[in-house]
Design a protein. Sequence first.
Length: 306
Amino acid sequence: MNPMAYVSNSINIGTVTVIDTTTRNVVKTISVGRRPLDPGVVTSRCGEEVWVPNAGGNSVSIINANSNEVITTVSAGRNPVAVASTSTRAFVTNYFSNDVWAYRINQKDFIQSISVGRGPNGISATLSGKKIYVSNSTDSTISIINSCNMRVIGTIPLGIGTRPVLDQVAFIPSKGEHLYVALSRANQVGVINTSTDLITARIPVGISPLSVSISPNGKYGFSCNSGSNDITMFDTVTNQIVRTITLNGSPKDSVFTPDGANLYVTLQDIGKVAIVDTTTFQVREIDAGPQPRGIDISKRAGNCSC
């Protein structure tokens, strides 16, 4: 099965638009909970699932990526925003309850709540799955969670009023694993070494960045700048700006296809998804649902249903 893009349409009557990334056609619209935000592709024993946090319904809809059907809905905290996972556990940020809820992926059951900073939104796991990073937008900090004992083991201050939106951990050639954070009110992308948990760089980008995606080969980063309707491309080794890609709407979230050939970007204000060719940098648009916000792409679907 071709990789599928899952786009959350953040209206009260929530839906997820499914796009075949090979044909670039919308293949299905799935009903989920109220005001879905940033979905996350999670691997279970039955293949891939898409966990969709419903901010207006305090729940998470779980979609089987093989059948593209909602298989269950689980409760969440107040205003769930984003999802990250390890090999066995899923973690969901809850913006208004200032915590992260942990679940067992295969059983789909709640394990425990983990208190973090104020206004947690973005979340990402290290490639080993040992640490979970949570951006606290109100506190302008990042909480670090040990994914095994599910305790907060550290806090990284980012500067008052920077309003971070955590996005991606990536392995960078010659530099090792790093975490990239959109600092929306500072108009910067913060770079953190996950071995030391120290900030190593602040990259100036466009206005009000809300997400960062790193190319699969680790060479380039792409910052979605919601206030300037563009994307800043930067070199991950030198942290220098490579180019600016102009869009027709305000970008909120982005994700690469597995081969790195295209970057899919949600344009919430015009109801479209932009597809950026990462070789020619040409942009084409396809229709999504109303107010597309979050996006993720499956790598390959599972072979069983459960």
